[in-house]
Design a protein around this ligand. Structure first.
Ligand SMILES: Nc1ncnc2c1ncn2[C@@H]1O[C@H](COP(=O)(O)OP(=O)(O)OP(=O)(O)O)[C@@H](O)[C@H]1O
Ligand SMILES: [Mg+2]
Length: 497
């Protein structure tokens, strides 16, 4: 069996200040297969991938390709060895254009040795047409949606003809249709003998795409088997190290006054005549297919985008929201789906990121009360099980899912009246999802209103009191908890008129 092994890692060790990220890691990936890595947030998955891709250097251990030990000093060397990687954190340069982003680091040259822009344009158009992506080569990345950028990253990695392709949560931000395109691509890659290392927190997806599954926990490999010898329950219990009650901590909460009401909100081309409200103690959901306009509605409400007509009423008062600050001043806050763009201040510490929006709370008589600040922040980090050596650690060094938890903590500390959560559990492991639901419930009990936008129907159904279903920029229907069902929501979400 060994002759089909394409990539092997042997005794890999990696420590960061205060954390042993990887402890004696061994595993191998066979030609023409998809090898899925599972594990809680912070288990070490991305770290291992970054070592294979030459971004980090292992403290010890070896990487073997086709049975030979290789040195992967940097991503350029990785590429020459046939390795490419799609990163978990979308790390793009907003001013870059689509064509620049596709060819950066790999510029075609003309016979004078200059960058051949004509060739770049032609190749980009061919590639975009082939993949049915309808954006222009000159579009700047900042004008694309998260899912467009993610799709572009996927294309880029695939277009390099690598035979080891690492995909670190590639589907966290793309539409269902794009997921199907990706899976088709993966099958093509497999049939030409490439191997794919695939990281995801989505269990159904894992079982659809995997040939083999390896489970990580706390920097160690717990188990590795062909998919046929696994089931979902086993994977989950190996990941979290305990049996998980896989349900939702939903409780009855007394519903109070209306906190926020939106009437006929319209932003032409994105959504039309949207009306909804949320009351004290209520969790309302926004369901819909990706691209239906849910994020756009929340962006306008939060002052990130404009709206042409409609009313926003907060606690009975008609307000005009032009900027994010207007909204935060009215005690309405939002957790954005694109955490890179709107969520974190990268070089700052966990503590600074959490307290940034609520500094006022900890300043009185002109002094910052660091002790109280720390106590509150540590409390939230503990509640959400944020895995970080200390609160002074830079947020960038946290795993993807843990960064998401820090942003959530940041908004909770501001003590808002209404929280808008756009895909709050994206990239969050199964165990920590539950902790986030518990926190949402706690907030509801404190008479706060919660708006949850989610693409995961089970969590909407599990946690919400009411669900608005958005289709093509309109409210296609509103469902009460007693009437929730996946079928009914999907029927409304795919309604065409
Ligand atoms: N550059 C870094 N500096 C310091 N610590 C780091 C760095 N990168 C990762 N770590 C730490 O190493 C551990 C493993 O992180 P890693 O990103 O590999 O987790 P992961 O399994 O990919 O999690 P997730 O599912 O949240 O993406 C975490 O404790 C993380 O905080
Ligand atoms: Mg990761």
């Amino acid at each position: 069996m060994d002759e089909v092994v394409k990539l092997r890692v042997r005794n890999i060790e990696k420590s960061f200040p205060g954390v042993k990220a990887l402890d004696n890691i061994n595993f191998s990936v066979r030609k023409g297969t998809v090898h899925v890595l599972c594990g809680e947030n912070g288990a070490g998955k991305s770290t291992l991938m970054k070592i294979i891709n030459g971004i980090y250097k292992a403290d010890a251990g070896e990487i073997l390709i086709d049975g030979k030990v290789v040195e992967v000093q940097d991503p350029i060397k990785a590429r020459s060895l046939g390795i490419s990687m799609i990163f978990q954190e979308l790390n793009y340069i907003p001013e870059m254009t689509v064509e620049e982003s596709l060819f950066v680091g790999n510029w075609p040259k003309n016979r004078y040795g200059n960058v051949d822009w004509g060739a770049i344009r032609r190749n980009t158009i061919v590639l975009l047409n082939r993949e049915g992506l309808d954006y222009s080569p000159e579009t700047k990345l900042k004008d694309l949606t998260v899912s467009d950028i993610q799709m572009l990253e996927i294309l880029k990695a695939i277009s390099w003809n690598s035979d080891i392709i690492i995909m670190d949560e590639p589907t966290s931000a793309i539409t269902q249709k794009e997921v199907e395109v990706l899976f088709k691509k993966i099958n093509e890659l497999k049939s030409r003998g490439a191997c794919i290392i695939y990281i995801s927190h989505k269990m159904d997806e894992i079982f659809k795409i995997a040939d083999e599954i390896t489970v990580f926990r706390d920097g160690c490999v717990i188990d590795s088997r062909p998919k046929e010898q696994y089931d979902m329950e086993t994977v989950i219990s190996q990941m979290v190290g305990r049996k998980l009650e896989n349900n939702f901590p939903k409780e009855e909460v007394e519903i109070g006054n209306t906190l926020l009401e939106v009437k006929n909100l319209t932003n032409k081309g994105n959504f039309n005549e949207i009306s909804f409200h949320v009351r004290e103690g209520e969790i309302i959901g926004f369901a819909g297919l990706m691209g239906a306009g849910r994020t756009e509605i929340m962006r306008s409400l939060f002052g990130l985008d404009e709206y042409q007509s409609g009313e926003i009423i907060i606690k009975g008062e008609k307000v005009s929201i032009k900027t994010v600050k207007d909204c935060i001043n009215k005690k309405v806050v939002m957790l954005s789906e694109d955490r890179r763009r709107y969520g974190i201040v990268p070089v700052r510490s966990v503590r600074e990121n959490v307290s940034l929006s609520s500094l006022k709370k900890f300043i009185y008589r002109g002094r910052l009360h660091a002790k109280e600040e720390n106590a509150v922040i540590e409390d939230y980090c503990k509640k959400m099980r944020v895995k970080t050596p200390t609160v002074e650690t830079s947020i960038e060094s946290l795993s993807g899912g843990n960064q998401q938890k820090v942003i959530l903590a940041k908004w909770m500390v501001t003590d808002p009246d209404v929280l808008i959560l756009d895909e709050p559990t994206r990239g969050i492991d199964v165990g920590a999802k539950y902790e986030i639901y518990v926190l949402m419930m706690e907030l509801a009990k404190q008479k706060k209103g919660i708006i949850m936008v989610s693409s995961e129907l089970p969590e909407l159904i599990g946690m919400c009191d009411r669900i608005y279903v958005i289709s093509k920029g309109k409210v296609a229907g509103e469902l009460m908890r007693s009437d929730f069902s996946q079928e009914e929501i999907m029927k409304l979400a795919t309604k065409t008129s």
